[in-house]
Design a protein. Structure first.
Length: 478
């Protein structure tokens, strides 16, 4: 996933460089065909651009490009066929409805790159993750082998040798080390960089899952970065809204998360100028988000057969859980790892799902370690507890207090008259391992410690010595 991010970032960087050059050098010769030739000379794609609009007659100059489509490279792109002679593309791997760039030339005279606006509108990206870890986007960002019907000069042995020589010279002249913003001689000041109304479809070949990101809005605002004065100029405001739907191999929706995220990001470490490895966000998950068929819940139900024997039905864990109100929480993001910084509770009709601080998910590998808790709905819990008590009362036939038997069977599974099931889920989130965080009363506890071995299939001689205990256990289904 990291390589994908770098590749997409490189594409957007190329778009920005080309558009800025267009603004600096623009004239009547700048056309959509010109942009297509520039893109196809740099990327291993077939490109299409529908329209170019340029405004050079103001302090804030701008360019708008509409209908950008990137598709896998074909013979048309290799030959450099003029755009007007091509059959139009109707769909691509990457599509951009419109790109708007507005740049201040006056700021360049004071050593500032001030791109007031860079907005990608209505992008459509179709990403396929292959079983070997590869994807369908990486090939698009390779250097093309053929340009305008001829072998690409950038890949000739002479060009490669020259490139290698330049890299060696640069390595000798400049000490190697990580990128630092302090090495950049100009300040960066932007009002808005973002994506509006985007849609991304990610198909996982290995699992058959499809992740759909719809209505994606990503805004980076008030971008203020100056490598020479990071204590005062080192901030970006981030807003991220999206509807994320996970579709299982069975073609059914297993989860939908309606997200509204914001935060003020410190992009660089003040002392070193290196990229800040950790960023904090405030996330709001909106009402009507849901999960269904969570694998960890199936595992919990399998670990608690004693509850079903005692009258508690766990069917509610397998039903769709719809969030009943918006929930805000804070997370930290670092190298693909999302860590919960507080302990949010997600209320649904059937239960409340609680997440413990420090739980995390590694988005690049699907590995996770989450400490969570299920707190059953109050009415449902009372009905289940009453059912347990009734079954115990019938079994013991008046020989003891049903509540005492119930407490010994269920242990600390009851909290404030509600069933409480703390657990830990870890490993691959698609096939998690689950450890229960509760101790369920054993048969030994139930009969006051008289029997040391767990009874399997029938009561042993020690149990028979306790009046009424054997019949009580049989009545409970043991």
């Amino acid at each position: 996933m990291k390589k994908i991010g770098i590749a997409i970032g490189a594409f957007f960087g190329l778009i920005l460089v080309v558009l800025v050059l267009v603004l600096v050098l623009a004239g009547s010769f700048i056309t959509n065909g010109f942009l297509v030739s520039q893109i196809e000379s740099a990327l291993n794609v077939r490109a299409q651009v529908e329209k170019v609009n340029i405004n050079l007659f103001s302090a804030i100059s701008g360019i708008g490009v509409e209908g950008i489509i990137l598709a896998p490279r074909d013979a048309v792109a290799n030959k450099g066929t003029p755009l007007e002679e091509r059959k139009p593309l109707t769909k691509g791997t990457v599509q951009l409805g419109k790109v708007d760039v507005k740049i201040s030339f006056l700021a360049l005279f004071s050593k500032q790159l001030k791109v007031n606006t860079l907005v990608l509108k209505e992008p459509e990206i179709s990403l396929v993750m292959y079983e070997d870890g590869g994807n369908n986007l990486t090939p698009l960002f390779k250097t093309p082998k053929i340009v305008n019907g001829q072998p690409n000069e950038a890949l000739s042995s002479e060009a490669m040798d020259e490139k290698k020589k330049e890299e060696e010279e640069a390595k000798n002249e400049t000490p190697s080390g990580p990128f630092s913003i302090k090495d950049i001689p100009i300040a960066i000041n932007m009002n808005l960089v973002g994506i509006q109304d985007g849609n991304v479809t990610i198909s996982m070949r290995k699992t058959g899952q499809v992740i759909q990101v719809k209505d994606l809005d990503l805004e980076l605002t008030n971008i203020d970065i100056d490598g020479s004065d990071l204590p005062s100029h080192n901030s970006i405001n981030v807003n991220f809204d999206a509807d994320v739907t996970i579709i299982g191999k069975n073609k059914k929706e297993s989860a939908m998360f309606l997200l509204d995220t914001e935060g003020k990001v410190t992009p660089f470490v003040v002392k070193t100028g290196l990229v800040n490895p950790k960023v904090n966000y405030q996330v709001k998950m909106l009402e009507s988000s849901f999960i269904s068929g969570f694998a960890a819940f199936d595992a919990i139900a399998g670990e608690l057969p004693i509850l079903e024997n005692a009258g508690l039905k766990l069917d509610k864990l397998k039903e769709k859980a719809i969030l009943e109100k918006d929930v805000k929480f804070n997370v930290e993001y670092s190298n693909g790892k999302v860590t919960f910084l507080d302990e949010p509770t997600f209320p649904t009709k059937n239960y409340d799902l609680q997440i413990v601080k420090g739980s995390y998910i590694v988005t690049t590998t699907n590995y996770h370690e989450m400490r969570m808790g299920i707190l059953y709905d109050e009415d449902e819990s009372k009905k289940s507890i009453a059912g347990v008590d009734a079954k115990i009362k019938e079994a013991i036939k008046g020989q003891g207090d049903p509540k005492v038997f119930r407490d010994k069977i269920l242990g600390n599974l009851i909290k404030d008259d509600r069933f409480n099931i703390p657990f830990k889920t870890y490993g691959d989130i698609r096939n998690p391992k689950v450890d229960l965080g509760v101790s369920i009363g054993s048969l030994t506890d139930l009969i006051g410690g008289a029997v040391k071995d767990v009874i399997k299939g029938k009561a042993n001689e020690a149990l028979k010595k306790i009046p009424g205990a054997s019949d009580a256990l049989k009545g409970l289904g043991f």
